[in-house]
Design a protein around this ligand. Structure first.
Ligand SMILES: [Fe+2]
Length: 290
């Protein structure tokens, strides 16, 4: 999307159906990267920066200066390239302050010691509070807490453009699941009401699209379209109706393919677990014995 003031460039990872963005201030060349993907082949245990390198190539070709690397939440379906891009650009990695709760939860799940994870927002350079504002060059950005899918979910409102993470999908796909640790359908409903109070013309950018019924890929909609057409929560949907629908659907969903590797890396802002004495990093999978 091109506008006078800013340019939004979308990048898509087909393996995890994830959208990442570069948001650039046309007047200054300052930019933010949102939800970058680190490519990961689970069977091979191989990590690649192919997608992040495409973003870096775009950034270089357009003479942009990355000022922020923004995460909408600790994702459970893909690994984040935030740490890699931080190393390449020096830009701070930011997320909502709810990440502390997510880190605390998964510190226990993965039995991590204090030397590996303090669960105080460590690994991130900046923890945003609800309603906090920041600048991307001459653009104004605002953080809107939108928990429910996860404790740490935030949306970034940048000059009338809202990057919602997983709090909303395209209208024909509804909303993301609320059954991860810390997820809560009641809380997601209230977060969506906050989004629906924004002006109707607010443009909403997805983090995922799974192309329901084989339709073409879509990554952009508006508050007006969501309020009119979202299949899980439109302007007239009551909280209890949404919660029942969401919780019934969540019971049918499989565990995400990359949840363990993703969460282990993403609670560390995209940094791989500390290498062992042979120089190799390992992903843990907690086994549940029945
Ligand atoms: Fe997510």
């Amino acid at each position: 999307m091109a506008a006078n003031k800013l340019h939004i460039e979308m990048f898509f990872d087909p393996d995890s159906s994830t959208f990442s963005y570069v948001v650039a201030d046309n007047s200054s060349g300052s930019a933010a990267v949102i939800d970058p993907v680190l490519n990961y082949d689970a069977a091979a245990g191989s990590v690649s920066t192919a997608d992040a390198d495409k973003m870096l190539a775009y950034i270089a070709a357009n003479n942009l200066r990355v000022e922020w690397i923004l995460e909408t939440h600790a994702h459970a379906d893909h690994l984040s390239a935030a740490h890699y891009l931080h190393a390449k650009t020096g830009a701070p990695v930011a997320i909502g302050e709810g990440i502390k709760k997510v880190q605390q939860t998964f510190k226990l799940v993965f039995n991590l010691g204090d030397d590996e994870l303090q669960a105080k927002g460590d690994y991130f350079d900046k923890l945003f509070a609800d309603n906090e504002s920041f600048r991307i060059g001459n653009l104004t950005a605002q953080v809107i807490n939108t928990p429910g899918h996860t404790n740490d979910s935030v949306s970034y409102l940048i000059e009338g453009n809202l990057f919602v993470g997983d709090s909303l999908f395209m209208p024909d796909a509804g909303t993301a699941r609320c059954d991860f640790p810390g997820g809560d359908a009641h809380i997601l409903y209230r977060s969506i009401q906050r989004i629906y109070q924004l002006p109707d013309a607010t443009q909403i950018y997805m983090c995922h699209d799974y192309q329901p019924n084989g339709r073409q890929l879509k990554y952009q909609t508006s508050v007006a379209e969501q309020k009119a057409q979202n299949i899980h929560v439109n302007a007239g949907t009551a909280e209890q109706e949404f919660v029942q629908k969401r919780e019934a659907r969540d019971k049918t969903l499989a565990v995400p393919r990359l949840i363990y590797p993703s969460v282990q890396v993403n609670i560390r802002a995209g940094q791989l677990p500390k290498a062992e004495s042979n120089g190799v990093s390992y992903i843990k999978i907690p086994l549940k014995q029945h």
